[in-house]
Design a binder for this molecule. Structure first.
Ligand code: NI
Length: 171
């Protein structure tokens, strides 16, 4: 099932997600399938559960946009455990469509998370994957990428979004 993407302004995006305690259930496996489907439909490289309205600590990533099944990553209850170096680059978010800003992130990042079966693993990514680890883990803490840009730029985006909401262009 493809869920619509929740847009900036919805409180679920700024709420800390609940940890997942039950693994390897048909409900969880089905939900993960829905997350990948929803992410591919929206043409994103990452999606966090709050972005489809569920306050749960689950994110999916696929830097190949569905081209290479080997690049599908499921992160359940993830935490960033190591960050090396810095990268500056444009970042956007499916929940804030039409906007992109430069964000400085770690260049090489290690995440610790659980699989759908509940096994703990660690994975290190660089560049785009490192950025995705940080962006998606942030989502599960109720943090959006615009919290990493200047207050001035964030305010410009907020005002532009408010206009779109008024015009009925933000649903
Ligand atoms: Ni996002």
């Amino acid at each position: 099932m493809i869920y619509p993407i929740v847009k900036y302004g919805d409180p679920v995006l700024e709420r800390k997600g609940d940890s997942i305690m039950e693994f390897d259930t048909p409900e969880l496996n089905g939900f993960l399938e829905d997350m990948f489907e929803s992410m591919y439909a929206a043409k994103g490289v990452g999606l966090a559960a709050p972005q489809i309205g569920f306050s749960r600590r689950i994110a999916v990533i696929d830097c190949s946009l569905g081209e290479d099944p080997a690049q599908k990553i499921v992160l359940i209850n993830p935490q960033i455990i190591a960050v090396e170096g810095k990268q500056k680059g444009e970042e956007g978010c499916l929940s804030i469509p039409g906007f992109r800003e430069d964000v400085t992130r770690g260049k090489k990042v290690t995440v610790r998370a659980q699989t759908a079966k509940g096994e703990t693993f660690e994975m290190t990514g660089e560049d785009l994957l490192a950025r995705a680890f940080q962006h998606e883990t942030d989502h599960l803490h109720g943090r959006l990428y615009i919290s990493h840009i200047s207050a001035l730029k964030r305010d410009l985006i907020r005002r532009a979004v408010r206009k779109k909401v008024k015009a009925g262009e933000w649903t």
